[in-house]
Structures are given as C-alpha cells and as structure tokens.
Design a protein around this ligand. Structure first.
Ligand code: MG
Length: 275
C-alpha cells in the first residue's frame, strides 16, 4: 500500500513538471510571435491587424491625367520657364530654349541641373528626340537623366537605331540594358518613371547600392535593379565605380549636342530605408 502511494506521488510530480514545461513553452511562443490562428495577430509594423488606432496615410490629390504631378510632387518644369534650373558647371541661369510647353537643348548652356537637391525619389520626365533624324548609334538623339548628378538613365533615339545595348534608351548607362526596347519613333513624346533609392556610403565605401525601377512609356524596363557601380563613360569598355557623395544632389540633364526636348518634369521624394 505504501509503495503504491509513493508511485502515485511520483506520477503526480511528473505530471506537474510536464504541465510547467508546457506553460513555459507557451509563454516563449507568445513572446517570439510563434502562435498561429490568433484573432489578434501582429503585423510586421507591430500593429494589430485591422487596428483602427493605426495612423492614416496622408491624403494626396492625384494629377487629373496619368503622368501629371500629384499634390505632393516637387514640380521641376511645368512648360513655362527654367526657374528651377541652372547651368550645371557655371551655376548660371540655364539658357536652353523654352517654347510651346517644352524646353529644348541648345548650345547656349551645356548640361543643366536643378537648384534643389534630392536623394531617393520617384521621378517623372517626358522627352522627345528630334523629328529630323541625324547621325547613328550614340550620335542620334542622345541626352540623359542623371539622378543625383551621378547615375545616368540614357536618353537616345533607339527607334531602329542600333548601338551597344547598355547605352540604348532607358539603359543604366554602361551597366544594364533595359529588359525591352519600348522606344517610340523620333519626335514623339516619351516618358520615364524612375523609382530610385540612393546608395549609402560609409568610410568612403558603398554600404548599400542604389536601386532602380524604371518604366519607359509605361513599360517596365528595370525591376528593382541593384546598380553595381557608377555610370560615367571612361572610354571604350570602361565605366566609373561608386564614389562617395552627399545624401542629396541635384538632378541633371545632359547636353550631348542633340536638340532633345523635355516637358512635365516632377518628382516625389521617398523616405529613406534604414540599413
Ligand atoms: Mg547620354
């Protein structure tokens, strides 16, 4: 009888220990978010699903037509004047021609840049290569959009005009051809929508590379592409590497001795992503 009592006590003790272990595991699972099927699951941002106390996104009024600037955009050229621009090298007034709602490259001023500086952004820009076709390859309708005055999205008349693929229209110059050629014929208006996240540098070295998502005439041509280095021409088959620069720099447009036209240029600054 006594032996049976002892065994019964041991069994009770074991059961208590097992229950205690299960409780500890449940608490740990709660703390580490391992439970499933809960009616109050946490999202990645630590808000409960469907949480009414979650802050609302700010209201933005979209443009009346696709491609027009939303109310949170910085308008850089609305077809009227070049008040937001200066000559890139001399820091003097930009003297490209402005008429009929567009600006046109001319030899009064070389490259032009914005007065304001920007980092990560969504840039919208429209451009047209000359109606009158002259030259071939890189000599035909050449210009470029330099994000942060540093990273070129190539502008070129790539309609039935062969050249090296990493230098055709919408290429990240010298680094990455567009996935498709979405170029329109000479003289027609075309658009870029560029989602750019700036590189992050530390101690002279790039810690996180820049990324580009680009739509050419609404067609996706770069899908969150991580830029492997700089885009400055350094001679045949040579290209620049990353060089440390400030967090914000002006947007620059290239004068490549071709009378390119531009209109409807705006951007929305994007929040920084922490390392
Ligand atoms: Mg160019």
């Amino acid at each position: 009888m006594r032996l049976n009592n002892l065994r019964f006590s041991e069994t009770i003790m074991k059961a208590k220990l097992i229950m205690l272990g299960v409780c500890v595991l449940l608490v740990l699972a709660q703390l580490t978010g391992c439970t499933t099927g809960s009616s109050a699951e946490q999202t990645q941002d630590s808000w409960v699903v469907h949480d009414m106390s979650r802050p609302r996104p700010p209201v933005v009024t979209p443009g009346e037509q696709p491609g027009q600037p939303p109310s949170n955009a910085v308008v850089l050229f609305d077809g009227k004047d070049l008040s937001e621009w200066v000559s890139a090298e001399e820091n003097e007034p930009a003297r490209w021609k402005v008429e009929n709602g567009y600006m046109e490259v001319n030899n009064e001023t070389a490259d032009i840049r914005t007065k304001k500086s920007f980092g990560s952004c969504h840039l919208h820009i429209e451009w047209a290569t000359p109606v009158r076709v002259r030259g071939r390859g890189q000599g035909r309708g050449n210009s470029g959009v330099f994000i942060m005055s540093s990273y070129e999205v190539q502008i070129l008349d790539s309609y039935d005009n062969d050249t090296y693929p990493d230098g055709q229209a919408a290429a990240l110059y010298g680094r990455k051809p567009p996935s498709v050629n979405a170029c329109r014929p000479p003289g027609q208006w075309q658009s870029f929508d560029i989602i750019f996240h700036r590189p992050i540098f530390k101690d002279g070295k790039v810690r996180r590379r820049a990324t580009f998502t680009v739509f050419h005439n609404g067609v996706l041509v770069h899908d969150h592409y991580e830029l492997t280095g700089g885009t400055w021409w350094r001679g045949p088959h040579a290209i620049s590497e990353y060089e440390e620069h400030p967090d914000k720099l002006p947007l620059m447009l290239q004068n490549h001795d071709n009378p390119l036209r531009f209109r409807n240029i705006w951007l929305v600054e994007l929040p920084e992503k922490p390392l």
